[in-house]
Design a protein around this ligand. Structure first.
Ligand code: PMP
Length: 309
C-alpha cells in the first residue's frame, strides 16, 4: 500500500473503491469552501490500531458543521463507527491518518448552501511524520507569516472549515518559498495565533505559555491533551495568555503541536535561533509524555484511545 493511498473510502454510508470516490465539479464546497473536516491519527500497538481522542474530534466536527448549518445525517455513534470501519475495510495495521469531511454537495448555482445536500466521506491512509523525517528529534524552522490569521469578525477560526484553510495555504506557501518548514501567524491584534495546522507553545525560565482561544486559534485536540499532560505528568500549569512576536524570539524553547505534527520542536524563527538551537528539555519531556500517551504506554490515558479491531 503506498503512503498516500488505500483501497477503500467511506462515502455517504457506503464503502467504495478508492478510485471511485469522485464528486461532481458542481459540488458547492469546491467553489465556496463549504465543508468541514477533521484529522485524526490511529496508532498501532499491541497488535491493534487505536484512534486518538475520537470523541473530541467528532465533537469539533459536529460543532463546525452546526455553525455552517449542515445537519450531519448520522449520529455521533454512527459516525464513530464509520471512522473505525474505514480503517478496518483497508485492513490498516500501522500508524495512520484519518480524514473525515462533511460538505455541501451538488446543488444549484449560488451562495445559499441550504439548497445543496450535505455529503460526507472518510479516508484513512498509512502515515508517519507530517513535517518531514526526523523533525520530532531535530526540530524545524518557522517564519512569522506576513499573512494575518483569519479574524473572528471575518470567519470563525474555531471551526475546522475548508474555506479557512486558504489562509493557511498562503502562509505555508510563503514559508516554504522562503526556505522555512512552517509558518506562524499573528492574529488581527498582532499577537501570536498559531501555525498553519498546529497550535504553539513557548517556554521561558521554566514557565510554559500558549495563546488563548481568542487569539483566533483552532482549539486543538493536541493542545487540550498537552494542557492536561503538562498538569498531571510534569506538574506545570500552562499559562494561557497573549504572546508577542518578540516573546517568541526570546523564548528558551518553542514547539508546535497538532494531530499530524504531534509535538514538533521549533529551533529557529525568522533569523533568530531559539535557545541554543536544539530542541529544549521541557519540549523533549512533554513530547515523550505525549508519545507515551498516544502509543498506549501510559495507562492513565488509555481512555483517549479507541481500538479499531
Ligand atoms: N490549528 C490548525 C489551523 C489546524 O489545522 C490544526 C490541525 N487540526 C491544529 C491547530 C491542531 O489541532 P489538533 O491538535 O486538533 O490536530
Amino acid at each position: 500500500m503506498s503512503e498516500e493511498k488505500a483501497e477503500y473510502i467511506w462515502m455517504d454510508g457506503k464503502i467504495v473503491k478508492w478510485d471511485d470516490a469522485n464528486i461532481h465539479v458542481k459540488t458547492h464546497a469546491l467553489h465556496y469552501g463549504t465543508g468541514v473536516f477533521e484529522g485524526l491519527r490511529g496508532y498501532a500497538f499491541n497488535r491493534n490500531v487505536h484512534i486518538f481522542r475520537l470523541k473530541a474530534h467528532l465533537d469539533r466536527l459536529y460543532y463546525s458543521a452546526k455553525l455552517y448549518r449542515m445537519n450531519i445525517p448520522y449520529t455521533h455513534e454512527e459516525f464513530s463507527e464509520a471512522v473505525i470501519s474505514i480503517v478496518k475495510a483497508n485492513n490498516i495495521r500501522e500508524n495512520c491518518y484519518i480524514r473525515p469531511i462533511v460538505y455541501r454537495g451538488y446543488g444549484p448555482l449560488g451562495l445559499n448552501p441550504l439548497k445543496s445536500p450535505v455529503n460526507a466521506a472518510i479516508y484513512a491512509i498509512p502515515f508517519k511524520e507530517y513535517l518531514g523525517e526526523g523533525v520530532l528529534e531535530n526540530g524545524i524552522t518557522c517564519l512569522i507569516s506576513s499573512w494575518e490569521r483569519i479574524s473572528p469578525r471575518a470567519l470563525p477560526p474555531e471551526a475546522k472549515a475548508c474555506g479557512n484553510y486558504l489562509n493557511s495555504v498562503l502562509a505555508r506557501l510563503e514559508a516554504v518559498e522562503k526556505g522555512y518548514t512552517e509558518a506562524i501567524m499573528l492574529d488581527h491584534r498582532g499577537f501570536i495565533s498559531e501555525g498553519t495546522g498546529e497550535n504553539i507553545f513557548i517556554i521561558r525560565k521554566g514557565e510554559v505559555y500558549t495563546p488563548p482561544l481568542y487569539a483566533s486559534i483552532l482549539e486543538g485536540v493536541t493542545r487540550d491533551s498537552l494542557l492536561q499532560l503538562f498538569k498531571t505528568e510534569l506538574k506545570i500549569d500552562v499559562k494561557v495568555t497573549d504572546l508577542t512576536r518578540s516573546e517568541l524570539y526570546r523564548a528558551d524553547e518553542v514547539f508546535i503541536c497538532g494531530t499530524a505534527g504531534e509535538v514538533t520542536p521549533v529551533v529557529k524563527i525568522d533569523s533568530t535561533v531559539i535557545g541554543d538551537g536544539k530542541p529544549g528539555e521541557i519540549t523533549r519531556k512533554i513530547q515523550k509524555v505525549y508519545l507515551d500517551a498516544v502509543n498506549g504506554r501510559n495507562a492513565k490515558y488509555i481512555h483517549w484511545l479507541t481500538p479499531v479491531y
